[in-house]
Design a protein around this ligand. Sequence first.
Ligand SMILES: [Zn+2]
Length: 701
Amino acid sequence: MTVSRSTSAVPLLFALAVLAAASVAAQSNPPGPPPPGAPDAPRSARNASYTIQARLDPAARTITGHEVATWRNIQAAPTDELWFHLYWNAFRNTHSTWLRERRLARGLPDDLREEDWGWIQLDSVRLLGAGDAPGPDPGPDLTKAARFAAPDDGNPDDRTVMVVPLPEAVPPGGTVRVEVTWHAKVPRTFARTGYRGDFYLIAQWFPKLGVFQGERGWNCHQFHANTEFFSDYGVYDVSLTLPERFVVGATGLETETKSAGDGAVTHRFVQADVHDFTWTTSPDLRVATDRFAAPGLPPVDLRLLYQPEHEGQVARHFAATKACLRDYGTWYGPYPYPHLTVVDPAWESGAGGMEYPTLFTAGTRLFNPPAGGSPEGVTIHECGHQFWYALVGDNEFENAWIDEGLNTFSTARVYRKEYGREALEERYLRPPGTSWRGFLPVIFPGIRYSRAVQGDRLNRYRRDATSDVPATPTYLYYPKTHASITYAKTALWLHTLERHLGWGTLREILSSFFHRYELAHPTPEGFIEIADRVARERRGEDLDWFFDQVYRDDVTFDYAIDRAASFRAAPEGMVEEQGKLVYQKGGEDDDGEEAPTYRSEVVARRLGQGVFPVDLLLVFEDGSEIREHWDGRARWKLFVHEGPSKLHHAVVDPDRVLLLDLDRTNNSRLVHPAGHLAATKWASKWMIWAQDLLQTFAFFS
Ligand SMILES: [Zn+2]
């Protein structure tokens, strides 16, 4: 970090003009030197870059901003428009698409005040030049021609997307630069971004380009309540002016700090090869630093901005972040940036648990016993998004399962490996009128962490298994149950694949996918193609039958044992013997030997639509076992075995490979049901299930 404090009181506008002119000049001579902090060789397409100056006025809760967006057309078709996201207008009026969907999902906060709303207002849009070597002269003013668009639902009250027509089309390979000025009212945190008291998390805050997809046009969705973001990679050079007493954390590295006069300081952050820029500030934040180092992985400087009352949890934040960087880095591919900022947001700020490039928010509370899994779970998860979201930049509006599902699966795997011990924490003494879970934590030591239940959120999936077909664009999912499909179902089918193919094969699928789409935009078809190829190479198996069911359809799975019986192979009754019909007395075997032979019959049924190959385990009274394999296709199948011992019980899918099975209680059956024991067993199972369910709701909420 370069710190150069100047005492001259340069008026802000003049300073902005100088900075803007400097950036224009720098960009008018391509290729030019890379900006400070940018690696020499571009690792991404860098076709959407921003130079931004912004000033926060905490008293008025406003931001004034100036940006130069440089956009290069990397598609084969021309475009004569630029599409921008104006995310904060989601909180502008009561009829925005975001607020409509939020009402459907879980309602609005009931204590909303007038000052809690937020918006972003464009003041001017001007073309700075086009072509390969755009000139520095201000070009035509495009402000008047700009219009709002609502490509997803036609909602005339939604102002989260703005279309700017250009006087000339940008050809393939061409570059255009626009200067945008705006002012914005910071919202109270509706969805992570905003303020709470003196704490600010400023995310999705500047006019930001959508993604041009050639013949398909601009992919620039409105802001939806349950889906997030999609943008191209570029270089961000952002100067933030704030009161001196405010501590700042942001995407990228701080390259310069200087006085802006009037007790304000300008912090300049630069980051290349990212697709977003977010910052946080508060006078109360404390700073701790650490360094991640692991064999075979590049080192990462860690910076934690934490609340003073969480001093005792600093080491836990770092440990969880390192566990994630180490495990994801080893399994999928290394985290390539040399720094990472972890933010412990203000209590009740609603800003916790969110990912941005090279920065994420975790979230904790005052009394947190280590076994409770917080802040470790959320820290691993949000750090994990550095891989699935920041590095593999999927379209979260349309395919949120790629980042949230892969990341939920991976989070649970890391948590189980690094921490998984006791899992159930209950909290008591909740003050009335608050949404949080109570002061007093109690750990129930007997209940172990289950990757499937706590990690993959099995009970959420079971509740909402058919609520949407996963291949549906995510922003069209039913808002109330979207997470059950995006997070839980994806994690469970990945976990099922892990058990079906083996971790080695699944890991290769995920790391091949990671490397193929690192710093680029993946597609679901790309994932399936890689999964098919790796599974074919390593296991000789195509996976289309699996994706047809779990991704392209909403079928559910339920295998059951319907009958488990065992009896003398020669029971009492009429039998054919040497051409005559004779009555055979009970207990006599055909061969007359003393040791009886038992015939065991097991009927397995497929009660769901879904088909999955399953094993059957037959366990006999003498302790012997027989394993059968069933392709799982027919609606039912009879398995018969004759031998010296009576059957004791039968289980379908005894290794629990198929985690998507909606009802595990019917997967096994005793030949002689132990009535009262069974009642006790299922009652206690049910209680644990109910507790798990409640716990699962709260785990990442
Ligand atoms: Zn997530």
